[in-house]
Design a protein around this ligand. Structure first.
Ligand code: ADP
Ligand code: MG
Length: 395
């Protein structure tokens, strides 16, 4: 069911409170990567164009754990946002209380940024009174923070009880693309799954088995799957307590006629810190004492061949230790190949999104989710509290 969006409200002369995901990396008091701020601009500009009286923005930043942490104040975010908007943003030193109310009344600025919400433990606890206090600052609530939509926090979920509420454009796009890829109306639907652990991706795999045609596996989790089939994985990272689970998944896939492909060859090293020890395995087995760090050339070719036939692709999880350029070839080649096919290609997962950006493909794919954990929970088929809290459109 479609949610109410900013298109469904009249914002003229209204006070609007909007939850954004401004949880950006900081370096020496500056915003190191402003992509999350940029992602919120479309909704912010729309609301300003529609003549809001005040636009009150709020977010968390880092993990201050319920107390004031000087390095995690929102100042740098306000600075960068002012630059991007071309108008001064009023940054407040708190997010609740009389002083905040007065400052909002008295400022001549249209855009106000509240202080880090997680300076109060009530935010993450989903406290009703705290949510109500935030709500009392405005007439309408907009949630555009997909990155925290999986958390039932005061500013992401509970506040919607107290105000007319809707989602912003970023949230709408996330829901549309992630739903579209999950439904996969265009077949074949191929999922590429990698990353660190089988245990992180179990929910996604199980949900996908119901709809996907093929799953291509890479990353560290491939070795748990390979070992569960009796293949030699040397000193690779394996989750010993997940071997049975891996075996079960492979069997379940067979029953459902979903083909799961495991790597045919690997790039491996004796020591991750010593790239000079790297060599290709030449076969599916990894030599004793070696660790797999990337998929090998035969696997890359095989996976490309399968991907070339896809009409829908979901990619979650890097295929190797892509952070190190010595071990990034598999992830980079597959990422680049995804830009060359005629298909809906959606990327979920925080590290996968970083990889897509790093290899310069993010803008050429259908959608790269801005929510790491939130995108995974969505792909597991879970309801996200931040989305459920917003009313459905009535017609
Ligand atoms: P996402 O955030 O996209 O869901 P994950 O968090 O599951 O992805 O996994 C990303 C991490 O997995 C990366 O830091 C990467 O270095 C690591 N990784 C991928 N392949 C391997 C491997 N062969 N050995 C060890 N770590 C790996
Ligand atoms: Mg990750």
């Amino acid at each position: 069911m479609a949610k109410l969006t900013v298109r469904d409200f009249d914002f003229k002369d209204k006070r609007v409170i909007m939850r954004a995901d401004f949880n950006v990396p900081l370096k020496e008091g500056k915003v190191e990567d402003d992509s999350r701020i940029i992602s919120a601009l479309e909704t912010i500009k729309y609301l300003l164009d529609k003549g809001v009286k005040k636009l009150i923005l709020m977010s968390h930043l880092g993990r201050p754990k319920g107390k004031v942490v000087e390095e995690l104040r929102m100042g740098p975010v306000a600075g960068r946002l002012s630059e991007l908007l071309g108008e001064e943003v009023e940054k407040l030193d708190d997010c609740r209380g009389e002083k905040v109310k007065e400052a909002i009344e008295n400022t001549d600025k249209r855009v106000i940024l509240l202080e880090n919400l997680r300076f109060y433990p009530q935010e993450e606890a989903g406290d009703e009174n705290f949510a109500q206090e935030l709500a009392s600052l405005a007439d309408i609530y907009v949630n555009d923070a997909f990155g925290t939509a999986h958390r039932p926090h005061a500013s992401t979920t509970i506040i919607a009880k107290f105000l007319p509420s809707c989602i912003g454009f970023l949230m709408e796009k996330e829901i549309n693309y992630l739903s579209k890829v999950s439904q996969a109306s265009q077949k074949p639907f191929i999922a590429i799954l990698g990353g660190a652990k089988v245990s992180d991706k179990i929910g996604v795999v199980e949900n996908l088995l119901e709809k996907v045609d093929k799953i291509l596996i890479g990353g560290a989790m491939a070795y748990t799957f390979l070992k569960s089939q009796g293949i030699e994985v040397g000193a690779s990272r394996v989750e010993e307590d997940k071997l049975e689970l891996a075996k079960d998944i492979l069997e379940k896939a067979k029953e459902k006629k979903v083909e799961i492909l495991l790597p045919l060859d690997h790039l491996c090293v004796e020591d991750i810190e010593k790239p000079q020890t790297k060599k290709f395995s030449q076969s599916v087995d990894i030599p004793q004492g070696y660790k797999g760090v990337d998929i090998g050339p035969e696997t890359i070719e095989k996976y490309k061949q399968i991907i070339s036939q896809a009409k829908t692709v979901l990619w979650n999880g890097p295929l190797g230790i892509f952070e190190n350029p010595e071990y990034s070839q598999g992830t980079r080649e597959i990422a680049e190949f995804l830009t060359q096919i005629e298909a809906l290609v959606v990327v979920g997962g925080g590290d996968s999104a970083s990889a897509a950006k790093k290899f310069g493909v993010a803008d050429k794919l259908s959608w790269v989710s801005t929510g790491g954990g939130a995108s995974l929970e969505f792909l597991e088929g879970k309801e996200l509290p931040g989305i459920s809290a917003i009313p459905d459109k009535t017609s």
